[in-house]
Design a protein around this ligand. Sequence first.
Ligand code: CTP
Length: 216
Amino acid sequence: MLITAGPTHEPIDSVRFIGNRSSGRMGCALADEAARRGWSATLLLGPAPAFPTDSRVRVRRFRTCEDLRGLLREEFGSADVLVMAAAVADYRPKVDPAMWNGKFRRHSTNLTLELEPTPDLLAQISGSRRDGQVLIGFALEPREELIASATSKLERKGVDLVVGNPLETMDSTEIEATLFARGGTRTPAPKMKKDAFAAWLMDRIVPMAAGAKVSP
Ligand code: CTP
């Protein structure tokens, strides 16, 4: 089982970046839960404070969307399940790569930073999936937009399940999720700690990956 977690940091210069408040807790809890159940679990972890507690979880670190893209390219082929819990940047600074080793200086005039869109990693990877691979995406949304947006991400990203969460979930120890499956099924989960939710979600993921080999 391949799981991604945490934010991306997109460099502005050698000391500054654009990031987000993702703690990586949800993905770490999922990786721990997968390892506990006998899965071979690989966690692609961004620059987050959280870390898995189960030593059987294999951890590979990333910083940027581009790093994560490279790791997914290496790891996805041998995965039965991909759970994309990482909060990947949608835009990154479009700066001269020479600035990655340098530093923007203070001036008295305004500074405009141009941003360019990042590739949608989940949508790209779902285009290359083989039969039997299960893909799960996350969607963090304002409450009133959750249903419409999570449903459209299910289609747009070509995944089997979207875990929809209200915005307050980010950086919190708790989660109040609704699962959106293909065919229109919606399953609300009770509000719970992320560790408990990892077990709840895993109970629903495992039957979807019927062909996977797991050593108990
Ligand atoms: N995702 C991704 N690549 C990106 C951005 C997001 O693979 N560049 C993945 C996330 O890991 C998550 C899912 O797509 O599983 C939804 O992320 P989200 O940020 O909610 O969706 P966006 O595609 O960014 O759409 P929007 O900005 O409209 O919310």
